[in-house]
Design a binder for this molecule. Structure first.
Ligand code: AMP
Length: 353
């Protein structure tokens, strides 16, 4: 059912993704209601309504649900059970969330969809880490099954002798052990899906990371990556369909010599899609709002010949005087208080004519 402009959209999570969703929603005439434990976050600053509550506060979620016409989430580290009180108002559903927030379920699901991932094992004991090192081979990466982001909760096992130390470095938490991929590039496929199965894709960005954090996304991607896009896009559409996903879904890939391997999925708008705000006719944020409100898909063509998005991490945001003085840059600053090391404080996009 269409959620008409003038209605209220609930956003669970108050970070920069929520902020950019709220701005896109406002342009279409919606009001947003943000739920987050932090009253001073980026999204609350630009939204009409705000509830300060923990994500597992069922009473607060119930009231929040009653006050909105549709609800969505902007990050995946949320407890799934309490969100049940939102029922069908929540888009995407808790199914997308439950699968994406557990790396072992996620990988098994991706494989069931016919897409490829690097060889992996679920592990919960040191013996299993040792067995994975012997069977899958080193280097391996241990990644906690839950609550990881931006490379947190990850440690490399370079040789079998590292196993015990690496296992304790992730606090002996349930994890996956996955083979290190000798990739030549990383890229992502961002897809928006509607409840009736329609979908929209953008040009796929090539992504550069440093210390597990995205630094730069570039569209169009290089020719070597472009050769892998047919398979990767088919996989992303298949995954979104199998989830019954409504809204934007991002699938991150390694471009390996043997073809595209899925790294992980995010059931939401994504940092590697920020360039779409100025670089595409319809941004990922507007498209997400369109999909969850059952408005028609917007066109996703590039506005120029390409775009480059750079994150402003930590004190890089202090360069704002120079950045806002560059007429070729679109500057986005998220309104976060303290520029801690590794914190995403903003981004800049240059559209290539
Ligand atoms: P993730 O949080 O899983 O997206 O990992 C963050 C970054 O670490 C990725 O974007 C890669 O640059 C790197 N990385 C993660 N897993 C692997 C892997 N299996 N092989 C090689 N590099 C990896």
């Amino acid at each position: 059912m269409t959620v008409a402009p003038g209605s209220t959209i609930g956003i669970i999570g108050g970070g920069q993704l929520g902020r950019m969703l709220a701005i896109a929603a406002a342009e279409l005439g919606y009001q947003c209601h943000v739920l987050d434990p932090n009253p001073h976050g980026p999204a609350a600053q630009v939204s009409a309504h705000f509830t300060r509550a923990a994500y597992d506060d069922v009473g607060a979620l119930r009231e929040f649900g009653a006050s909105v016409d549709v609800a969505t989430y902007e990050f995946e580290n949320l407890p799934v059970g309490p969100l049940g009180v939102l029922g069908d108002k929540l888009k995407p559903s808790t199914r997308s969330l439950a699968i994406a927030q557990d790396r072992a379920r996620e990988k098994a699901f991706i494989e069931e969809c016919g897409a490829r991932v690097t060889p992996w094992r679920a592990i919960s004991t040191l013996d299993e880490v040792n067995a994975a090192a012997a069977e899958v081979g080193c280097p391996l990466v241990l990644k906690t099954r839950r609550w990881g982001y931006d490379g947190k909760g990850q440690v490399w096992v370079r040789s079998e002798a590292d196993a015990a130390q690496s296992w304790s470095a992730i606090s002996e938490e349930p994890a996956v052990a996955e083979a290190g991929v000798d990739f030549f590039a990383e890229f992502s496929v961002i897809v928006a899906r509607w409840a009736d199965g329609r979908h929209a894709l953008w040009g796929s960005p090539e992504n550069q990371h440093r210390e597990g954090i995205l630094r730069r996304s570039t569209v169009p991607c290089s020719e070597a990556v472009a050769a892998q896009l047919d398979e990767a896009r088919r996989a992303a559409v298949e995954i979104a369909g199998a989830l019954g996903h409504v809204g934007v879904l991002t699938v991150e890939f390694f471009a390996s010599r043997d073809g595209p391997l899925v790294n992980e999925i995010a059931p939401r708008v994504h940092n590697s899609g920020h360039w779409t705000i100025e670089g595409a006719v319809t941004s990922q944020f507007e498209q997400h709002i369109r999909a969850i409100c059952s408005l028609p898909p917007g066109p996703t063509a590039l506005t120029g010949s390409g775009a480059v998005m750079d994150n402003l991490i930590g004190d890089e945001v202090d360069r704002w005087p120079e950045l806002v003085g560059d007429p070729g840059l679109h500057v986005h600053i998220y309104g976060k208080g303290e520029a801690r090391a590794g914190r995403k404080m903003g981004h800049v996009t240059r559209v290539i004519a």
